[in-house]
Design a protein around this ligand. Structure first.
Ligand code: GDP
Ligand code: MG
Length: 436
C-alpha cells in the first residue's frame, strides 16, 4: 500500500537543516515508484515528481519536526493539488429542479450511486426523484425501484420501453409534477465504450440539458477508469467524476490521475455497497489517506504556524526598535513567495482581476530578492555602509545595475520611515507589495 511505502521512504530522508537534491534523491525515486505501482499514469507521475522536487529543494526544515516529516507535507500538498485542489461541488439550477445525469460503463456503480446520491440529498432536505433509463440490463429498472423504495424516494421508469430518451423526458415531466428539487437520471452502460452508447447518452443530454453530467467510474479498474473518464469527457463534456469502490483494494491510482488526465474534478466517492457509503470528495482527505499520515501533516502545519508567529513577534520588536533591516525584508519577501505567485493570491480578492498583468510586479520582486541576496550580512543589517564600489559589486552579483540597487535602497529607507509611523502598531501586512 502506498502509505506504508511512503513510511519506508521517509525513513531514508536524512540530513539536518535543509532539504537538498542529494538527501531527497532516494525519497523522490521511491515516490515515483510508489505512484507507478499505484497505477498512476506515467506522465502524471513524471510531472508530479518534478513538482515535489522543485518545492522540496532548498526548504529549511522547521523547528520541532524532522526532514522526513517536512518532506511528507510537501508530497501531501502536491497530492492535494493533483487531486484538484479545492473541493468541487454540484452545480445547482437557478430554479429547481436540478437535473443530474449519470453515465458510465456497466457495473461501474451508477445505479447504486443514483440511490446513494438521492439519499444524500434527501438528508439535506431536498426532494430527489430517480429516473431509470437502463433499457438493456435485465432487472435494471427493478433494481432502481427497490433502492428507491428503501429510501423513500420516487422512481420513474417505463417497463419494457426501448427508448431511453423518452423515459428521461417523461421522467422529468413526472418529477416536476411531484415538485422534485433534484432529478437523477440513471442511464445504461456497456462493457466497453461504443458508438451506440455514446449516441444514446448524447441524445439524453440534448433533451434533458442537465446541470451536471457525472461520470461514474470504478476505482478497481485503475488506468482504465482514467481512460474512460477522458473518452466520456471528449464526447459528453462531463462536469465531474464519481469514483466508486474506493473501499476495496483499489490502489487509488485512478483517483490520482483523473483530474490531471481528463481535466474534470472528482466530486463524490463511493466507499462501500451500502447506501450510506457515499462521501463528498475532499482532496486533502484522500491525500492524507494515501499517505496514511494525516497526523504528520497537521503537525507540520502547526510547526509552520508557530514559526510564522515567532517571526511576526520578532519582526514587530525589530520595527519598534527601528532595527528592521534588509535581511528581515528579504525574509518577508520569501514568506510572501511561499504563498504562491502574486497572481494566484490576487485571484482570491474580488475585482482584483482588473489589475491587469502582474508579471512585471513578480519580476520586480525577484529582482529585489536577487539584489539583497548579493549583499553581505553586514550590508543587509547596515545598508548605510553600501558605498559606490559595494553597489557596483552588488549590481554585478544580482544581474542588475547600480541604478536599480540605488532605487531599492531608497525605497527601503522610505519603507523604514513609514514603519516608524506604524511603530507601536503592528507590521504593515505585506511590506513587499509596497515595492514597485
Ligand atoms: P451500474 O451497472 O453502473 O449501474 O452498477 P451498479 O450500481 O449496479 O453496481 C455494480 C456493483 O458494484 C454492485 O454489486 C454494487 O453493489 C457494487 N458497488 C457500487 N458502488 C460500490 C462501492 O462504492 N463499493 C463497493 N464495494 N461496491 C460498490
Ligand atoms: Mg445500473
Amino acid at each position: 500500500n502506498l502509505g506504508n511505502r511512503f513510511q519506508e521512504i521517509f525513513k531514508k530522508v536524512r540530513g539536518n537543516g535543509v532539504l537538498n537534491e542529494s538527501n531527497i534523491k532516494d525519497a523522490l525515486k521511491e515516490v515515483r515508484l510508489a505512484l507507478l505501482e499505484a497505477d498512476v499514469n506515467y506522465k502524471v507521475v513524471k510531472e508530479f515528481v518534478g513538482k515535489v522536487k522543485e518545492k522540496a529543494v532548498g526548504e529549511t526544515v522547521l523547528k520541532g519536526i524532522n526532514p522526513a516529516q517536512q518532506f511528507i507535507k510537501i508530497v501531501h500538498d502536491e497530492l492535494v493539488e493533483l487531486l484538484g485542489g479545492t473541493n468541487a461541488r454540484l452545480t445547482k439550477a437557478n430554479k429547481p429542479p436540478t437535473i443530474i445525469m449519470l453515465a458510465g460503463l456497466q457495473g461501474a456503480g451508477k445505479t447504486t450511486f443514483a440511490a446513494k446520491l438521492a439519499k444524500f440529498l434527501k438528508k439535506k432536505g431536498e426532494k430527489p426523484y430517480l429516473v431509470g433509463a437502463d433499457i438493456y440490463r435485465p432487472a435494471a429498472m427493478k433494481q432502481l425501484q427497490v433502492l428507491g423504495e428503501s429510501i423513500g424516494v420516487g422512481v420513474f421508469t417505463i417497463e419494457g420501453s426501448q427508448d431511453a430518451v423518452k423515459i428521461c423526458e417523461e421522467g422529468i415531466t413526472k418529477s416536476k409534477e411531484e415538485h422534485a428539487t433534484y432529478i437523477i437520471l440513471d442511464t445504461a452502460g456497456r462493457l466497453h465504450i461504443d458508438e451506440n452508447l455514446m449516441d444514446e447518452l448524447k441524445e439524453i443530454k440534448k433533451m434533458a440539458r442537465p446541470q451536471e453530467i457525472l461520470l461514474v467510474v470504478d476505482a478497481m479498474t485503475g488506468q482504465d477508469a482514467v481512460n474512460v473518464a477522458s473518452k466520456f469527457n471528449e464526447t459528453l463534456n462531463i462536469d465531474g467524476v464519481v469514483v466508486t469502490k474506493l473501499d476495496g483494494d483499489a490502489r487509488g491510482g485512478a483517483a490520482l490521475s483523473i483530474k490531471a488526465v481528463s481535466g474534470k474534478p472528482i466530486k463524490f466517492i463511493g466507499v462501500g455497497e451500502k447506501l450510506e457509503d457515499i462521501e463528498l470528495f475532499h482532496p486533502d482527505r484522500l491525500a492524507s489517506r494515501i499517505l496514511g499520515m494525516g497526523d504528520v501533516v497537521s503537525l507540520v502545519e502547526k510547526a509552520q504556524e508557530a514559526i510564522d508567529e515567532d517571526e511576526a513577534k520578532r519582526l514587530e520588536e525589530k520595527i519598534k526598535k527601528q532595527e528592521f533591516d534588509l535581511e528581515d525584508f528579504l525574509k518577508q519577501l520569501q514568506n510572501i513567495k511561499k504563498l504562491g505567485p502574486i497572481s494566484n493570491l490576487l485571484k482570491m480578492i474580488p475585482g482584483a482581476n482588473q489589475i491587469g498583468d502582474l508579471a512585471p510586479a513578480e519580476k520586480e520582486m525577484k529582482k529585489v530578492e536577487a539584489i539583497i541576496q548579493s549583499m553581505t550580512k553586514e550590508e543587509r543589517s547596515k545598508p548605510k555602509i553600501i558605498n559606490a564600489s559595494r553597489k557596483k559589486r552588488i549590481a554585478k552579483g544580482s544581474g542588475t545595475n547600480v541604478h536599480e540597487v540605488n532605487k531599492l535602497l531608497q525605497q527601503f529607507e522610505q519603507m523604514k520611515k513609514m514603519m516608524k509611523m506604524f511603530s507601536g502598531g503592528s507590521m504593515p501586512k505585506i511590506p513587499g507589495m509596497k515595492f514597485p
